[in-house]
Design a binder for this molecule. Structure first.
Ligand code: MN
Length: 198
């Protein structure tokens, strides 16, 4: 019996749609190579678990669980990340309702953006900065280290930004802060609002 396997969703925009914030070169490598590797890694771990169950191989569960957590979270976060973005817009407006929610939770839209950027800059080595929603609809900024550490169980990510070097180094070298600041021009605020609502 073969259990669940995951697949990489195609982008819903062209590789060059996010320029000049994220180059076509980064998008191709990031989506087609890096993300695909996490999908493959998650599926390999699932396959190994299945073989272990039927006694075909002896599985080091501690190691497979670690692989599964890293790769599956990597896959799921990237799936949200691509959909959280849209074609570059000079003046990238958000829905009024979303602005109201951000003001309610952070004091102002600028205060939210500042906290998100600062938290993104402060991620140690590789990871993510996220806007998350709790079960009562409160919004918070959190970090994830790698793809799977420091997360808060049950909190739903509604806006995520990848701050691994592979996400920006070709365009920004070591200036992660510049990447985070420019990224607001490609955020798909309608997608964020939809994730908050569902
Ligand atoms: Mn990535």
């Amino acid at each position: 019996m073969q259990g669940v396997r995951y697949t990489l969703s195609p982008l819903t925009y062209d590789y060059d749609a996010l320029q000049p914030v994220i180059s076509k070169e980064i998008m191709k490598l990031h989506h087609d190579k890096h993300h695909q590797a996490y999908v493959n890694g998650a599926n390999a771990a699932l396959e190994l678990l299945e073989k272990g169950r039927t006694g075909v191989v002896i599985v080091n569960l501690k190691s497979v669980m670690r692989d599964l957590s890293f790769n599956l979270n990597g896959h799921l976060l990237h799936e949200i990340f691509w959909k959280n973005m849209r074609k570059y817009q000079d003046k990238n407006e958000m829905p009024e309702k979303l602005a109201e929610l951000l003001i309610k939770n952070f004091g102002s839209v600028d205060a939210f953006k500042k906290e998100f950027v600062e938290a993104g800059k402060a991620v140690e080595a590789s990871g993510w900065v996220m806007l998350v929603k709790d079960s009562e609809g409160n919004l918070m900024v959190t970090q994830v280290q790698n793809h799977n550490l420091l997360g808060v169980t049950g909190f739903k990510p509604v806006l995520v930004n990848d701050v691994w070097e592979h996400a920006y180094y070709l365009d920004y070298t070591n200036d992660r802060g510049a990447y985070l600041e420019k990224w607001w021009n490609v955020v798909n605020w309608d997608d964020v609002m939809e994730r908050i609502n569902t």
